[in-house]
Design a protein around this ligand. Structure first.
Ligand code: SF4
Ligand SMILES: [Zn+2]
Length: 356
């Protein structure tokens, strides 16, 4: 499998050669939208930076089976100055809007790899970014992402001390609490023990954890994906992880998942299964006393993303159920789908489950 992942990855990397130089100083994208903060609804300011790419995807193991983020990278040519320019472009464009806003913000800085990998974001650039954030009082939460091997006590302590009392989370792609699935189906190259060590290190440095769960990895049926997600949610809530971010698989280009999907050997998850997992995983409102659950599926409603049926209105309604739950963190919204009239595909889904 690793050979196949590497072969597909090599094709994606080859396509990256010759990226126009004007892209080097532009972030992949950035936006502001409504989001769930720790204890209320607020806004997110998300910036996706283009770095040299995830070391795991570029290395001998070829990266994770569902991840096509390498296409947002710039393997050969990008340098720290370019990334600084990207950050400043997004920052300068939105700073006034943020400072004039009464809402609090969660700032998410993603680089489709690891924020703490010095090859992607060097230390002086990280420091520069912290100093910018420290001056904006209504940015009350900050999230960055990293693989565990790039975390260190020094890096976390530096971040903690620069960002004052802000709530800080490190997003880690745990994907599932099950080592077998993570190592063999996702090719993550990280054990649950390594995740636990990272959680402990972050706790010692007063930094929170945002655990990403992958909903329906390849080689899994819909039913086993639900079981896996439920057990992961329960375990992480028991651990009092600060945030669980659930990411249903979407078919990204140049990945093993795309290859399987094209051969009809992988099907994207159903919205019904996702809602079922949330309902089974979060039985009581008290379970969310210490953990927030977020989910904003990429490509939702499309052929390549999680969907219910092909009807636009049906998918919009599903998205709304999910969004209402995430913003309110009220489990009442997870039951709405059962209680309210919905599209014909609800019956189809349940019939299929009965006969499978
Ligand atoms: S999911 Fe994360 S660790 Fe895996 S290849 Fe993509 S960026 Fe790298
Ligand atoms: Zn439908």
């Amino acid at each position: 499998m690793i050979d196949k992942v590497k072969k597909l990855r090599a094709k994606s990397i080859h396509r990256l050669k010759g990226l126009p130089s004007d892209k080097l100083d532009k972030p992949v994208t950035y936006w502001i939208s409504e989001d769930r903060l720790l204890d209320k609804i607020g806004k997110e300011f998300t910036i996706i930076l283009r770095s040299k790419g995830c070391s795991w995807a570029l290395g001998d193991q070829g990266g994770c089976t569902m991840c096509g983020y390498i296409k947002d990278s710039c393997v050969d040519t990008i340098n720290s100055g370019n990334i600084k320019n990207q950050f400043m472009r997004a920052w300068n464009d939105k700073l006034e809007e943020i400072q004039n806003d009464k809402e609090n913000y969660i700032l998410k800085i993603f680089n489709s790899g690891s924020f703490f990998d010095d090859d992607e974001i060097p230390e002086d650039l990280r420091k520069f970014i912290y100093e910018k954030i420290a001056n904006v009082s209504n940015i009350t939460e900050v999230v960055v992402e990293s693989r565990t091997e790039h975390l260190s006590r020094d890096k976390l302590i530096q971040m903690r001390s620069e960002l004052g009392s802000r709530h800080v989370e490190i997003g880690i792609g745990l994907e599932t609490v099950n080592d077998y699935i993570r190592l063999n189906y996702i090719n993550k190259g990280m054990t649950f023990k390594e995740f636990l060590d990272a959680v402990n290190l972050c706790k010692q440095c007063d930094i929170g954890i945002r655990a990403y769960l992958l909903f329906k990895p390849p080689f899994m049926s819909e039913e086993s994906a639900i079981d896996d997600c439920v057990s992961s949610i329960k375990t992480l809530i028991d651990m009092q992880v600060n945030t669980i971010s659930i990411n249903p698989v979407n078919i990204q280009r140049g990945t093993l998942v795309e290859y399987l999907w094209q051969q009809n050997r992988y099907h994207v998850p159903s919205y019904y299964s996702l809602m079922k997992s949330l309902k089974k995983g979060i039985k009581t409102q008290e379970m969310l006393n210490f953990t927030r659950i977020v989910c904003d599926p990429s490509g939702a409603g499309s052929r390549r993303g999680i969907h219910s049926c092909s009807k636009k209105e049906c998918n919009i309604q599903m998205k709304d159920f999910l969004k209402n739950f995430v913003l309110s963190q009220d489990i009442i919204y997870l039951k709405k789908l059962d209680e309210e009239e919905h599209c014909y595909c609800k019956l189809n889904y349940h019939m299929q489950k009965m006969f499978n």
